[in-house]
Design a protein around this ligand. Structure first.
Ligand SMILES: NC(=O)c1ccc[n+]([C@@H]2O[C@H](COP(=O)([O-])OP(=O)(O)OC[C@H]3O[C@@H](n4cnc5c(N)ncnc54)[C@H](OP(=O)(O)O)[C@@H]3O)[C@@H](O)[C@H]2O)c1
Length: 241
């Protein structure tokens, strides 16, 4: 059985990933706060910014998988938030904390539990993290988001370095999905221009029909995954693929 666990499978890119992998006969699990109308997917309602609740639910899920039946297993760290768009001095501490928790701490904890749980398994094992071009480009107004994404790129490279040394090590890659037509983009376009200097660029991308659809991104990720094109530790941009 091919298993995939996707965080934030209820909306946007995550939802399209759930639908794509389910259509390809994977056993799909999605972790998010809300439950979506999704077929052939086990949805686990969970707030991934609550460390205790998240660890408990994720460990229960992993412990209940029958390891003998697994032919491949993948974790996709996809759930993410932009948080308040403004200069850092105008963002509340709690909002900074929430973004770092969901975008950085949660992928680190889930990845840690995932690696530990399957360390003796010799089948195909991988962690795919949905990062962002914001990891390398310092957008004004997105300091927290940029920081959180830069951190998970390094997480990807460091896990890959650690796992390379091991007998049953897994593969860890990060993917920048491009600019994608999801709620996150709706939020960006509704920002006040004084808080986000790049606003017009994102409005233009939408008006010129230049946003990727979540389905296009999910198909590309599936292709990259199944055609096994990436080195361990690779951090790639879909736009260059
Ligand atoms: N859209 C873009 O242009 C773009 C560009 C670059 C990178 N990305 C990255 O792509 C990923 C997906 O983004 P998207 O555009 O698809 O965003 P989205 O449409 O806003 O979806 C976000 C997903 O994350 C889940 N989520 C948010 N907070 C959560 C929490 N506390 N606990 C559990 N789940 C939570 C949401 O589910 P619930 O609300 O049901 O909890 C939802 O399924 C993110 O990591 C984002 O940074 C997006």
């Amino acid at each position: 059985m091919d298993i995939i666990i996707i965080t934030g499978g209820s909306k946007g890119i995550g939802k399209a990933l759930v639908e794509k992998y389910a259509a390809e006969n994977y056993k799909v699990y999605s972790l998010s706060r809300s439950i979506a109308d999704l077929k052939n997917c086990t949805q686990i309602p969970i707030d991934l910014s609550n460390t205790i609740e998240m660890q408990r639910s994720f460990k229960t899920l992993l412990d209940n998988l029958n390891k003998i039946e697994i032919s491949s297993i993948t974790l996709i760290n996809n759930a993410g938030r932009l948080g308040t768009i403004a200069n850092l001095e105008n963002i509340e501490s709690d909002d900074i904390s929430k973004s770092i928790q969901l975008n950085t701490t949660t992928p680190l904890i889930l990845s840690s539990l995932f690696i530990k749980s399957f360390e003796d398994l010799s089948c195909k094992k991988q962690i795919i993290t949905i990062s962002s071009g914001a990891a390398t480009k310092p957008y004004e107004g997105w300091s927290v988001y940029c920081t959180s994404k830069a951190a998970i790129d390094m997480m990807t490279k460091a896990i890959a370095a650690e796992q390379r040394e091991l007998k049953n090590g897994l593969k860890c890659v990060a993917i920048y999905p491009g600019v994608v037509d999801t709620n996150m983009q709706t939020t960006i376009r509704s920002t006040n221009k004084k808080d986000f200097k790049n606003l017009q660029r994102f409005i233009d991308l939408k008006e010129n029909n230049e946003l990727y659809t979540p389905e296009f991104v999910a198909n590309s990720i599936f292709k990259i995954d199944t055609e096994n094109q990436l080195e361990n530790g690779a951090v790639i941009d879909i736009r260059n693929f």
